[in-house]
Write a protein that binds this ligand. Structure first.
Ligand code: IMP
Ligand code: MG
Length: 174
């Protein structure tokens, strides 16, 4: 693929913001343990960077879900591709996401996870596209709000490419 990518949020800006989020999380979870759950694959870069800055005791688990949709938007029907390895009952669970768009995927995921009775369940996302929201989801920690454009990098893909870009960019020629 040969698309032009322009930088929307630089590596330095992301790094600074991830540290700020971690500081906030460290304060909020003081005296507790965090069970950090990554929504694969997009959330993995953010999860790792965030986890490195968290100072309260932390465990990690991974989940992969796929949303059915028409290509540009998701339907809210989510299929679990890979479930968590560990039970979450009684744990303070924090979900690390790459981006909340319509919110459908997270809405469904939160529903599934709440049925497993965690002590608490919060959401941390690197990016949020609030203009696109159709599902009711409460996001507890947001890195950046972004405009309604297709973004890549820092875990986010376009047809599985560009996840490894160290910054958040916009695909100019889709
Ligand atoms: P939602 O269910 O509409 O909130 O979709 C969320 C998922 O769609 C994210 O976890 C991403 O995998 C994907 N997604 C939404 N917007 C973008 C984007 O701008 N670039 C890349 N992936 C996106
Ligand atoms: Mg995702």
């Amino acid at each position: 693929m040969n698309n032009k990518i322009s930088v929307l949020i630089s590596e330095e800006e992301v790094d600074r913001r991830v540290r700020e989020l971690a500081d906030e999380i460290n304060r909020d979870y003081a005296g507790k343990r965090i069970h950090l759950i990554c929504a694969l694959k997009g959330g993995v870069f953010f999860m790792c960077e965030l986890a490195k800055r968290i100072t309260v005791p932390l465990t990690m688990d991974f989940m992969a879900v796929s949303s059915y949709g028409n290509g540009t938007s998701t339907s809210g029907v989510v299929r679990i591709i890979k479930d968590l390895d560990e039970p979450i009952e009684g744990k303070d669970v924090l979900i690390a996401e790459d981006i909340v768009d319509s919110g459908n995927t997270l809405h469904y995921l939160v529903d599934i996870l709440n049925k497993r009775h965690p002590a608490s369940l919060k959401i941390c996302t690197l990016l949020d596209k609030p203009d696109r929201r159709t599902a009711d989801v409460k996001v507890d920690y947001t890195g950046f709000c972004v405009p309604d454009k297709f973004v890549v990098g820092y875990g986010l893909d376009y047809a599985q490419e560009y996840r490894n870009l160290p910054f958040v960019g916009v695909v100019e020629e889709l």
